[in-house]
Design a protein around this ligand. Sequence first.
Ligand code: CO
Length: 635
Amino acid sequence: MTTFAPAAAARGAHPLDPLRPDEIARAAQIVRAARGLGERVRFVSISPAEPPKHEDGLAPRAAEVVLYDAAARTTIEARVDLHAGAVTSWRELTGVQPQMTAPEFLAVEAAVRRAPEFLAALRRRGIEDASDVDVDPVSAGNHGLPEEQDGRRLARILAFVRPNPGGNAYARPLQGIFGLVDVETGELVHFEDREPVPLPPGDGEFRADRVGPLRDDVREIRITQPDGPSFTVDGHEVRWQKWRLRVGFTTREGLVLHHVGYEDGGRLRPVLHRASYAEMVVPYADPDRFYQAPLDIGEFNIGTMTNALTLGCDCLGAIHYFDGAYAGPDGEPVVVPNAICLHEEDHGMLWKHTDFRTGDVQVRRGRRLVISSIVTVGNYEYGFFWYLHQDGSIASEVKATGIVATQALGDGETPEFGTLLAPNLGGINHQHVFCARLDLDVDGAANTVVEVDTEAVPQGPGNEHGNAWRTVKRALSSELRARRRIDPFRARGWLVTNPSRRNAVGEPVAYKLVPGDNTVSFAAPGSAMRRRAGFVDHHLWVTRYDAAERYPAGEYPYQHPGGDGLPRWVQADRPLEQEDLVVWYTMNHHHVPRPEDWPVMPVARIGFELKPWGFFDRNPALDVPPSEPGGGGSC
Ligand code: CO
């Protein structure tokens, strides 16, 4: 085993800190030196190897490396001790496909643009020059088709032509072209050119200099924080009023929160040990697009698609940015400057009461701490937002924007599985399903999840006037029993309780998971998407903490036939009461496109809240000071 002298950089960093660019390069160098990688071996990801829970303050700095050997068709998982400079584990896997990387994406596009069948299809549509044609690779999925089963690494394609250089390609879909591509060879495994549909006439322009006169009555809003923000940052540790947390970044998930706790009466009380969006799927509802259901996090390593944010545009105010870094195929670090934005926002009224007899007014303005990151996945943008509030609540929101998936339509045609967005242009019905992995430790690791429903009491003796209703609670005692759906007609929510810690009224301290907008999957049970993204079957899953159970659709969903991840783990039906638990919340943004979503979609939001529910003995925001009246008519 080759070892390197400990890098000074490896010391002093917290084990949960994102890998720095020099650590990524060093991890790649250690792997190369130890293993002499073949010519066709490339790096898929290099991420911090998070130590097992409760050892994470002590563990040495380590990296988790995934490689793909295209010659042997094996996926390699290695672990690198950055302090000792050694490869500490090495595992070669067959029968799985690692994540698709951006260079592979571009190689697929380049190969298709050279393919004679594709060029013939372009000519059939009157396109002689392929330079304005975009080919978007789509994850191949696994639909039980014979050509999907022989171990080749595959992608499907969608094609578009830009109305002008730099213009919106999604305005001009090349309808009727279907292709399945071998990612390694660039060969078209399957190609079909069905009946062409004329290109839609509109140009789908939305750039500021192309949309005509801009409104001229938008005056400047300036956020000034003359004393600076109320947070402090030390490395990746953040303190904001009574909240404490660590900000993380991984190749697969992008933004991650660690060790979120609240200082209360001189004690730091844990709430969330780790939180991230651990998987998502975007299934389309048109039978022609049966294959379009990408698991953008697990199939594409969404951290690698993180936007570099710029001051004053994405976030406003006094901002602290964290950079992100991931490995390119050669193991060299790729840095995303300003990948994560940390800032505070005024959040309107926090609480208020006017004593109408004495005229005394007590009002407090609320603030929230915002930790956010934005990714671009092909046509779509997703903003992943976490909010910490002064009343002890935590909220999360995904903001979806960008450009909807389009199809070209013949004259007079209206889409059965979508909406007419513009002349001869349809938007396809789809959903965006996100699964948040919430490793809650509510005042300690041993927690119990309790479902809370509301029920009406039948009118009769004891409820003579029929006005009575009450809540009913039921502990979710094992993993199979803890697969639950939302129920707005029962005002359902889930308490994550700590039965060994009692509040002032003798109840277990708790946080409540309060669902936001949500619905179910409308794809057939047993369909490829439902098998591959089985987490969509339930809104709530609860599992016993296991360091190896990280991703709801499994470690390697690319081309996976399905059944991995949550549906498999819960078959153990482990008991859940007063155990170290992980809560998985699935939320389904139902997107029937509107004309207003074209040519670029105003932000759509979906989220959930974690509200303290007897975690504190009273309103924890009593000590927020009143705001000082400002000048210029403000406050
Ligand atoms: Co959408």
